[in-house]
Ligand binder design. Structure first.
Ligand SMILES: [Cu+2]
Ligand SMILES: [Zn+2]
Length: 159
C-alpha cells in the first residue's frame, strides 16, 4: 500500500451509511497519479426493489468542491457539487471518474493509475462514494444515486 503520498482524503459516511470510514491517497508519478482507496464499513450489497435503489458496487468520483457539507438530510454531501470535469467531457470520461468500489464484507481496497491529473490538481476537490453503481453513460453523473460517503482532498503534511 502507498506509504508515501502527496494528497489524501479522509472519508466519512453520511447519515445513510455512518459506519463508513477510510482514506483515498494520491501519489504523483512522472505521467500521472496512483490513487489508492482503503474504505471500511461499506453496506452490504442489495438488489434494487420497486422502492429502493441497488446498493453496491459503489460509484466513486472526484467532485468539484472542496467541502462535503452536511452528512444529514435527504441529499447528504450535496455541497460537494458535481463531478470534477476540467476538460468539459461527458460523464464516463470526466477527469474525476473512477472505477467503482467493490466491497468485501464491508471493506474495499483498490489501487489504480490515472493520467488525467496530478495530485496538486485535485487538492481542494472532494471524493464522493455513491450508494449505487456508476453506469458510465447516464449524464451528467452516471446514476450512482445518493452520496453515502465523502472526504475533502488535502495536501499531505510535510514531515
Ligand atoms: Cu460522485
Ligand atoms: Zn463523471
Amino acid at each position: 500500500m502507498l506509504e508515501v503520498f502527496d494528497a489524501i482524503a479522509h472519508i466519512q459516511g453520511s447519515i445513510l451509511a455512518p459506519e463508513i470510514h477510510g482514506t483515498v491517497k494520491f501519489l504523483g508519478i512522472e505521467d500521472g497519479c496512483w490513487v489508492e482507496a482503503e474504505i471500511f464499513g461499506l453496506p452490504e450489497f442489495s438488489e434494487a426493489t420497486e422502492s429502493l435503489a441497488q446498493v453496491g458496487p459503489f460509484g466513486f468520483h472526484i467532485h468539484e468542491k472542496d467541502t462535503c457539507g452536511s452528512i444529514h438530510g435527504d441529499s447528504p454531501f450535496s455541497a460537494a457539487g458535481g463531478h470534477w470535469n476540467p476538460d468539459g467531457e461527458p460523464h464516463g470520461n470526466h477527469a474525476g471518474d473512477f472505477p467503482v468500489l467493490f466491497s468485501n464484507g464491508g471493506t474495499a481496497k483498490m489501487l489504480f493509475f490515472t493520467d488525467r491529473f496530478f495530485p496538486e490538481d485535485v487538492v481542494g476537490r472532494s471524493v464522493v462514494i455513491h450508494q449505487s453503481p456508476d453506469d458510465y453513460s447516464s449524464q451528467p453523473s452516471g446514476s450512482g444515486g445518493k452520496r453515502i460517503a465523502c472526504g475533502s482532498i488535502v495536501a499531505a503534511m510535510e514531515t
